[in-house]
Design a protein around this ligand. Structure first.
Ligand SMILES: Cc1ncc(COP(=O)(O)O)c(C=O)c1O
Length: 403
């Protein structure tokens, strides 16, 4: 029960073991097309482009930022936790001129603050995290996309922690590119990064394509030297979205050798998510969050961070004074077989982070964790009202069942 990677659904694990097909086998390319169509539903978009980049989630971030940021582009990055710094680091490597906004950890930005900064700095691109796994907070998106359109900036969001667990409304929020994760709310192993982007983003990355402009050097020839006014070429071959989209298009231009088995797993994970129904899936994540938080409060523990912007799929708990947080985590794992996470940077040693994501987000897990944590805390000498936690969670489940 960490904030990722979480247990893979057994049906996904089974799909991973299917026989390998060639990457241009019609059965396989049909599966690729179905993945694109299912990803569009998940990202709530009508974008043409929705496909996975091979590599962990940050490969999707590198592909998107590396394809959309030209050296010297002005980029605005609002940061409210650790993964905002990852966006900063990647944008910096792309040669961006970055303006950072920082918010105290445990809170998020008022959208109005970000909108004012967009109007002031007029960036070419705004990159931000939707669900910050490090602090368990979720950034409201209202109005930010519209402000980016007004300023002619592209808006990119990291929805690695949220995709499949809470709504990611790509089109409604006017987000130009979104990066998701597989190892969290989709319950597919780590190793792919679903992305989507619209035609505003595509225009930018296509303008940086060299092949179509005749600037590609054949062996033994020298490449025509690009005119100074041409946009800079995308640096990475592996993570060049203009080449990846050609591979995912009906043209099927050869790029890398597709990760066949991983796509089987992703296909199954997407099928399960959409069969459950997105709204029911979001409601399931909300229900188990409510039961978990009721149980933790019932045990007398305090939740970390501003409750008004809590990320439903990650619950951060303040480690009580006098309790050795790492020892308690080891006991949970060794004695009860339950893994929860520690934390990063300024929060190290002060909070535990509990994930309720995808297949791991279920009643038995929540109740087992609450019972086990209570036992571990009592054992460490921490006083608490024994029995209250599980009862408080059961109360939430009973009330939901009676609804
Ligand atoms: C919000 C967020 N963004 C990006 C990443 C990086 O993902 P990965 O470790 O899969 O490259 C993570 C990983 O936990 C994350 O939680």
């Amino acid at each position: 029960m960490t904030p990722g990677p979480v247990e893979a659904d057994p049906r996904v694990l089974r799909a991973l073991s299917m026989p390998i097909l060639g990457q241009f086998d019609p059965e396989f390319t049909a599966l690729m097309n179905r993945i694109m169509s299912m990803l569009r539903e998940l990202f709530q978009t009508s974008n043409q482009w929705a496909y996975p980049v091979d590599g962990t989630s940050r490969s999707g971030i590198e592909a998107v930022l590396g394809s959309l940021i030209e050296p010297g582009d002005k980029v605005l990055i609002p940061i409210y936790g650790r993964f905002g710094y990852l966006l900063y680091e990647i944008a910096e490597r792309c040669g961006a001129k970055i303006t950072v906004m920082e918010q105290e950890w445990g809170t998020v930005f008022e959208p109005a603050e970000i909108i004012a900064a967009i109007r002031q700095h007029r960036p070419a691109l705004v990159a931000m995290v939707h669900g910050e796994t490090s602090t368990g907070r979720m950034q409201p998106m209202e109005g930010i996309g519209a402000a980016c359109r007004e300023a002619d900036a592209l808006l990119v969001i990291d929805a690695v922690a949220t995709l499949g667990g809470v709504p990611v409304r790509t089109d409604e929020w006017q987000v130009d590119a979104v990066i998701g994760g597989t190892q969290k709310c989709l319950s597919v192993p780590s190793g792919m990064a679903p992305v989507t982007y619209n035609d505003r983003a595509e225009r930018k990355l296509n303008a940086r394509k060299r092949v179509e402009r005749g600037l590609w050097a054949e062996p033994g020839q020298s490449a025509a030297s690009p005119a100074a006014s041409l946009p800079a070429r995308i640096q990475s071959n592996y993570l060049d979205l203009s080449q990846l989209q050609d591979y995912w298009s009906p043209a099927r231009l050869n790029h890398h050798t597709e990760m066949t088995s991983m796509l089987y797993g992703l296909h199954e994970g997407l099928r399960l998510a959409l069969n459950e129904g997105l709204e029911s899936r979001f409601a399931r994540h909300r229900l188990h969050e409510a039961a978990l938080t009721a149980g933790l409060r019932g045990m007398g523990l305090s939740l970390y961070g501003d409750p008004s912007c809590k990320l439903p799929v990650v619950t951060c708990v303040s480690i009580p004074d006098g309790v050795d947080g790492e020892k308690a985590r080891s006991q949970l794992l060794d004695d009860f077989g339950i893994e929860i996470a520690s934390s990063f940077g300024p929060l190290k040693g002060t909070i535990w982070r509990i994930g309720t994501m995808g297949y791991s987000c279920r009643k038995t897990n929540v109740l087992h964790l609450l019972g086990a944590l209570e036992a571990v805390l009592l054992r460490s000498g921490h006083p608490l009202p024994a029995g209250e936690a599980v009862q408080a969670a059961l109360q939430v489940y009973d009330a939901a069942a009676a609804d």
